[in-house]
Ligand binder design. Structure first.
Ligand SMILES: [Fe+2]
Length: 432
């Protein structure tokens, strides 16, 4: 049984089954059966997978060391009017789960969030604090802090931070800046440096992570390093992540990130783009050709009118790297669906190098982006580099740590790939 966190929201797709509950006649009560909590103000529910406790509203209780840490932002619904703030406390026992926030420099609004624990390997359970902010204003900067109070009036709060909501279609055509990054396992200080580089280069509105955050998804110590390094940027910029093979479909993965839908397969609109995210290492793996393919067909169909259509998943269909190369099963299963729906770009990781393809359709090289899909491997922000290569499809191939910045407007997409020093590896433009 997969251990995952489900978020079935108002824009969710593919939320079909609930979490396991304790059997009524069982002799042993499972403290981590998963469960659901409805968020009335947001209009959706949050469901934890087996391996995590039933989520409950935070209560006014501070533990021995309630200092918040690992604060990071996610998106579970319409990004023009919502944001999710997740964090831990040093003691992993505090239950107070409150966000104070407001427009600009104010913190004149308060929302209590949900909290739940999940089981880990070789250490005490982790306590997640997750607060969903809804009914926000689009294209607006908010200030916030996280923490809470106990029943005796003691308080514990984080430092102040800020986030910015996505623009609505009614607000014209502001440029949306997206950072693409992935494969951080093994070198978390570099991951932190790469995120800071992305922030300094482009101050992205949204970060896309192509999977393989950690070496073993069930090992909490790696996740602790990952979020420690990420906090300075992820407390300011929301991130959406695709599941990678090293993430092991672990309860750790699905508990720590807040994402739309079932968090394995989901779609979301952001500015002029529709982003589809899919798990290409499901359990069982045969789900790739059934549930995965059906989800792509469904999500691409409902987003047919989007100006820009992007797909994010982990293992590339096209890669000339020596280590893995393109995955034929995914290419044969998902490639025709990408072709049929004329997806503009596909973002991957898995091979620890940088590669951009020429426009591809039906496994053939095409002349212009209007005739085919461009595939990008942005596959190392920490993981050891692999030897790159060149295939018939390859436009640019580099053996470097890398991150990609996309600047997207309705009529144009400008993409620049950088190495870990901020040097340009590649530039690419598509005009609609
Ligand atoms: Fe991988």
């Amino acid at each position: 049984m997969a251990k995952r966190l489900w978020v079935c929201g108002i824009i969710a797709a593919g939320c079909s089954n609930g979490a396991k509950m304790n059997p009524p006649d069982g002799d042993v009560v499972n403290p981590f059966p998963g469960g659901t909590i409805a968020l009335g103000k947001c209009g959706y529910s949050v469901t934890t997978r087996e391996g995590a406790a039933v989520p409950v509203l935070g209560t006014p209780m501070l533990g021995s060391d309630p200092k918040p840490w690992g604060i990071h932002l996610g998106l579970a619904a319409d990004p023009t009017q919502s944001m999710v703030v997740s964090w831990r406390t040093q003691d992993d026992t505090t239950l107070a789960t409150t966000v104070q926030f407001g427009v600009g420099d104010k913190i004149d609004q308060t929302v209590d969030g949900l909290t739940f624990a999940y089981e880990t390997q070789n250490r005490a359970p982790v306590q997640i604090h997750e607060t969903h902010l809804c009914n926000l204003l689009p294209n607006t900067t908010y200030s916030y802090r996280v923490g809470g109070k106990d029943g005796q009036g003691q308080e514990a709060w984080s430092a102040m931070s800020q986030f910015h909501t996505a623009p609505s279609k009614a607000q014209g055509d502001p440029q949306v800046v997206i950072a693409l990054i992935g494969d951080t396992r093994g070198n978390y200080p570099l991951w932190g440096q790469m995120l800071q580089k992305a922030w300094m280069l482009a101050a992205p509105d949204l970060i896309l992570f192509s999977g393989d955050a950690v070496t073993f998804g069930t090992f909490q110590s790696e996740w602790d390093d990952y979020f420690t390094q990420a906090e300075p940027v992820l407390r300011r910029v929301p991130m959406l992540i695709a599941h990678g093979n090293h993430d092991l479909n672990a309860v750790n993965f699905f508990s720590q990130f807040a994402m739309p839908g079932d968090e394995a397969y989901y779609g979301i609109d952001y500015g002029p783009m529709h982003l589809t995210v899919a798990n290409d290492t499901p359990s069982p793996v045969s789900d790739l050709q059934t549930i995965g393919a059906a989800f792509l067909e469904k999500d691409f169909t409902v987003s047919e009118s989007a100006t820009w259509k992007f797909l994010l998943h982990h293992r590339p269909m096209y890669s000339a790297a020596v280590a893995h190369g393109g995955d034929m099963t995914i290419l044969k299963s998902w490639g025709p669906i990408v072709d049929q729906h004329k997806i503009d770009m596909v973002f991957n990781g898995h091979d620890h190098n940088y590669e951009r393809t020429k426009p591809m359709r039906a496994e053939l090289v095409k002349s212009t982006p209007a005739e085919g899909t461009t595939y990008v491997v942005a596959g190392s922000a920490g993981a050891p580099l692999y030897t790159n290569g060149n295939g018939a499809w390859t436009a640019v191939s580099k053996k470097n740590y890398n991150l990609v910045i996309l600047r997207v407007k309705v009529a144009s997409l400008e993409m620049t790939a950088y190495d870990d020093q901020g040097n340009t590896l590649d530039t690419f433009t598509i005009n609609k």
